[in-house]
Design a protein around this ligand. Sequence first.
Ligand SMILES: [Cu+2]
Length: 373
Amino acid sequence: MNNWWRRITMSRRGLLGAGGLALVVGAVGVARGQQGSSVEHAPVKTLPAGTVARHHAGHGGMLTVGEVDPARNGFDPSQLLTDWDRGRVRVLPDGRTLRDFDIVAEDKEVEIAPGIIFSAWTFNGRVPGPTIRVTEGDRVRIRFANAGSHPHTMHFHGIHAARMDGVPGAGEAAPGETFIYEFDAFPFGCHLYHCHSVPLKRHIHKGLYGAFIIDPDPARHPEHSEIAASRLLGTPENAHWQEFVMVMNGFDTNFDEENEVYAVNTIAHAYAHKPVAIDRRRPVRIYLINVLEFDPLNSFHLHANFFDYYDTGTTLTPTLKTVDTVMQCQAQRGIIEFTYGAHEAGMYMFHAHQSEFVELGWMGFFDVRDAVA
Ligand SMILES: [Cu+2]
């Protein structure tokens, strides 16, 4: 176990060094060195004095150095947080809502950390794919076109017919082909979709996944209609909340079936370099989804605060109360709710509690302010 961990540590760090990802040695690195653990393997670069401070060195982090250009990638992790795709809406003769979505799978190079280019497979040119957000009971129609170089599918975690399952033999599209998935949106919750072509782990980890959120319909939940309304995008109750989608992912850049880069919404340390602004007077809700391949578990830890957790988002009362860490295996997901209302303004960290993931990209800050314009 120990040797195994040392070998992984060494190979991942070696690759990051070779790939041009410079790390700043902060408090974490010093602590590791004092323990004599793995510092002898770490090809870290220390920046000249004075350059460290501008990236929250006071918080003791190890951050990627440099910038990832959102324009080059075609998507900005700060915008992905709140980019809900509602589809094209039409009312059916029976009064129900039909939501139409167009999704295209395509091969695309994505810069996942400064200077590190990953040959991704994408839905609509981004990783994660569009956050599909519908309401419980809606009819959902997805026109899926495969413009990529391999067969792909869209497999939804939700309730649907076998022929809509999005697996080889039921909804797989060869390159150049199109398939239409159609189903009713049940159950409400925080779900996901991903490609289910084989080999599965390769197709998922290349970037073919996204969030699939089904908001509860308050009329169906009279016992908790106010809570349901607060989850329903477009209501005044919902507008009071600050909602973010966070897809925890990772990237194997050297084909050794281990991740060299970890992130939320793909770009290593994106929310450490550009913290997520929070108005402390309003509550926060995070749709948290783990799609990490190759590692059995991922986690989310919030600093200086506690939160309520709704496993899979399929309940309107918390399944865990007053915790500060949750773990998720692959495809596990849930809703996190908290407030910084009683805190002073400041930078509050959030990250995986696997320290290795933190150092390799999975860490960010909430910039808690007295007011957010
Ligand atoms: Cu695929």
